[in-house]
Design a protein around this ligand. Sequence first.
Ligand code: SF4
Length: 330
Amino acid sequence: MTCKGRIFSGMQPSGKFHLGNYFGALENWIKLQEEYECIFSIVDLHALTSTYEDPSKLPEHINDMALDWLSAGLDPEKNIIFIQSHVKEHAELHLLLSMITPLSWLERVPTYKDKLQQLGLAGKEINTYGFLGYPELMTADIILYKADTVPVGEDQIPHLELSREIVRRFNNLYRPIFPEPVARLSKAPVLPGIDGRKMSKSYGNEISFSATPDEIRARVRMMVTDPQRVKKTDLGHPEVCTVYAFHKMFNLAEVEEIGNHCRAATLGCVDCKKRLAERIVEFLADVHSRRQALEKNPRRIREILAYGAERARTVAAATMEEVKQAMHLG
Ligand code: SF4
């Protein structure tokens, strides 16, 4: 295999992972680890931008995230996996980049005002310097490792464009140290929640990645179906049904047949849901057995994260040497 380049990507530890998170990012990471040199970080400093008032749950969320990643199949030997705050160079480079970034660049990021409003409505006061500088920290995360590729969804492209501008400014002002990272657009399918809206913890419509088989069955029983199909004898419209959207992800072998039976009213929603629940249970069975083994060995998780931080630190420290020389520091 030829390595296509170096990837940096991170996720905020903000509570239990759900199936939407898995299909939104992790599934893609598991493929990328075969093609790229990957650095994956649990970005706890980013999480502080919105949870600074009560960070007491962070350790639990970090541990959950590590368990989810490893049990899903991220390989700690192939990839560097670590906690962002364990490598102090992230904060250091963030500070130095903040010296050269015009305020207007940060203020014009389209998601900035939206998110400020969204979280403000949810009762969070995030009109802080840290929140405004979030893309700055994200840039530091990426370029600290001279990553040339960043897997992103459409909505994150403006952030990456800003990172590229900051890199250009740094390289022009001092010395061309950093590659301009390019986006690797992931066409991640959006998995609906059990109520048909986007799966999100804030809607309470998620299926947790660590749900037990009985919890999965209970959540699938609650899923909304075709609203026009009141009786089993009514002809169904699978394309508007949440259960069917899940069959497309978890039950490819039967999805066509299920669609035909639904349209012909020869399959009831109760049975259709039972079939789906068993596919999800099967899908998560291996993940759960790996997770249970890891849960019994918390020391192993600590060792993996410490080993990852050590490897990350080596790369990050070398980059910071170059940065400091270029900026005439020290
Ligand atoms: S049979 Fe299945 S696909 Fe059709 S409406 Fe019921 S749950 Fe949805």
